[in-house]
Design a protein around this ligand. Structure first.
Ligand code: ADP
Length: 207
C-alpha cells in the first residue's frame, strides 16, 4: 500500500505512554517522507512559547491529565491542513478517546497499536530523558545529547503523572483500539522488543 505512494497514506499510531510512538513515528516519517505529527509535541511547543494556550495547558500536562478535546482537536486540525500533509502523515497521540475521534472525523488507512505491558511502560518512562534542544529521546544514562543539548526528565514521567497517563490510556484509548479493530484498519505490533525490531514489524504491518 505504502510503496506506491500514489495516494496519501494516513497512519495512526496508538499505544500506552512508553510504547515508543514518538521514536517509531520519527523513523516512519524519515522512511516514507511524510510528516510526524505528535499532539504532545504540539502542546509542548505551546508551553515552551508561553502562549495563551501553553499557559492554559501546562499544569494539566504536568499532572498527566488530558487537555480538553476542543483545544487539541483544533491544534491538530490546523497542523493537518498544512501543505506537507497532502501526501499523508503519521499521527501520534491523537485521537486519544472516542470524543476526539469523532471531532476530527479523519479516516485512517492504517491504525498501528504498539502493545506494551504496564510494568514495562513504567520501567521505560522512569528512565526516559529528552533533549531540551532537539527533542531526541534517550533511555540510558547519557549525560548530554549528541547535538550538545541538555537532557531533562519530563514532568509527566514522574511516578504519579505516569500512573495517571496509564489509567487514562486503559480507560479512554483502549476503546479506540477496539473501534479500529472492528473497522478492519488495526494492526498490532509487540512493542516490548528493541527499536529496530519494532520498526521492522510496523513496516511489515503497513505494507
Ligand atoms: P504519551 O503518549 O507518552 O503520554 P505525549 O507526548 O503524547 O505522551 O502526551 C503528553 C501529554 O500531552 C498528555 O499526557 C496530555 O496531557 C497531553 N496530550 C497529548 N495528546 C493529547 C490528546 N490527544 N488529548 C488531550 N491531551 C493530550
Amino acid at each position: 500500500m505504502i510503496d506506491s505512494m500514489k495516494d496519501a497514506i494516513r497512519i495512526l499510531l496508538l499505544g500506552p505512554p512508553g510504547s515508543g510512538k514518538g521514536t517509531q513515528a520519527a523513523m516512519l516519517s524519515e522512511k516514507f517522507g511524510i510528516p510526524h505529527i505528535s499532539a504532545g509535541d504540539l502542546l509542548r511547543e505551546e508551553v515552551a512559547k508561553k502562549s495563551a494556550t501553553g499557559r492554559n495547558v501546562e499544569a494539566m500536562m504536568n499532572a498527566g491529565k488530558l487537555i480538553p478535546s476542543e483545544i487539541v482537536t483544533e491544534m491538530v486540525r490546523q497542523r493537518l491542513s498544512k501543505n506537507d500533509c497532502s501526501r499523508g502523515f503519521i499521527l501520534d497521540g491523537f485521537p486519544r478517546n472516542t470524543e476526539q475521534r469523532e471531532m476530527l472525523g479523519v479516516k485512517f488507512d492504517v491504525a498501528v497499536s504498539l502493545e506494551l505491558e504496564d510494568t514495562l511502560a513504567i520501567a521505560r518512562l522512569s528512565g526516559r530523558r529528552q533533549c531540551l534542544d532537539c527533542g531526541k529521546i534517550y533511555s540510558g544514562d547519557a549525560a548530554e545529547c549528541e547535538c550538545g543539548g541538555k537532557l531533562y526528565q519530563r514532568k509527566d514521567d514522574k511516578p504519579a503523572a505516569m500512573r495517571e497517563r496509564l489509567k487514562i490510556f486503559h480507560r479512554d484509548t483502549r476503546p479506540l483500539i477496539d473501534f479500529y479493530r472492528k473497522e478492519g484498519t488495526l494492526k498490532t505490533v509487540d512493542a516490548s522488543k528493541g527499536v529496530d525490531i519494532v520498526f521492522a514489524a510496523i513496516c511489515r504491518s503497513i505494507q
